[in-house]
Design a protein around this ligand. Sequence first.
Ligand code: NAD
Length: 359
Amino acid sequence: MSKKIILLPGDGIGPEIVAEAKKVLDVVNSQFNLDLTFDSDLIGGCAIDQHGVPLAQSTLDKCKAADAVLMGSVGGPKWDALDSSIRPEKGLLKIRYEMGLYANLRPAILYPQLAEASSLKTELVAGLDILIVRELTGGIYFGEPRGIRVLENGERQGYNTYVYAEHEIERIGRTAFDMAMLRNKKVCSVDKANVLEATVLWREVMERLAPEYPEVELTHMYVDNAAMQLVRAPKQFDVIVTGNMFGDILSDTAAMLTGSIGMLPSSSMDANNKGLFEPVHGSAPDIAGLGIANPLATILSAAMMLRYSLQATDAADAIERAVGEVLDDGLRSADIYQDGMKKASTSEMGDAVVAKLQA
Ligand code: NAD
């Protein structure tokens, strides 16, 4: 049965990098008889220009009805002055929320060929392979009440609510344990249970789940220590599971360990493994249209889509292997370029991955 994929290229470099991922998907589609069909739509600033909102209802309906969504990135200076209620990023928050994409998977993998691009010493990061599982639709980013109020003495006070229900913790916990079973069978749950009651409950629920996964080793770490350990000895981690805000911060830290944001894919998934797949980076307006953006994060996001939403493991493996071989050949986009390597444009990088797949 055919599987429908919606492409949402978005703004800035989005259309350039999604075009390269599409080239790669077309090749594996025929090589592995995947029977994928594609449709494209607008999200972010380009959707504001066309429809007046960053995510039209018709686009959302299309994405909900599809098997998976592959996105580029949204945003840019053209839309920065708009009211925050219709900014491009609202389209992204809305699609994640409306599609129930509560599990954000962010691998931080350092390809050995790029070990010197990391800000940490090579021996600390060579071979790094961490998966951060971040809860994406709850916690303090969505908790009510929230706002800025005026106190009796006339002073203004900002407030937010850090809230997690047991079922929200349980389902993200299961995602983390399931992922660990496919990897090195270690889960580190990150919280602030010494200060925040919401995370005392978080820790309790994680402990309650653990006996269902007897092969997985569960540990707990306070978020401040986790931030420190990520830059001290990152290879101690396998899967890290945490709430929305802590995950936001820790996953960016882990991203930088790998040297380039242009290499990092991500996925946001619902309870049925339907997902939205996108590079971790933004729309890079400073290089949009120059043909120098690194398309590999988006190509690797397409591989994640095949692996997690479309059960096409062989095709996903083939893409990841092809990316490794392109790096072995010394081909580098500008963001990961080092002396002695061969500089490649966005489309040359995509073409090289295609050539490896066809070799
Ligand atoms: P950014 O990730 O777009 O760019 C940061 C730096 O990394 C820039 O120098 C950029 O040129 C470089 N870079 C990013 N991706 C690259 C790639 N694939 N190849 C080569 N270099 C790359 O972050 P920013 O500058 O803070 O944000 C720019 C816009 O993107 C803003 O409007 C922001 O809101 C938006 N944004 C969107 C998303 C998303 O769509 N998920 C995420 C983050 C930021």
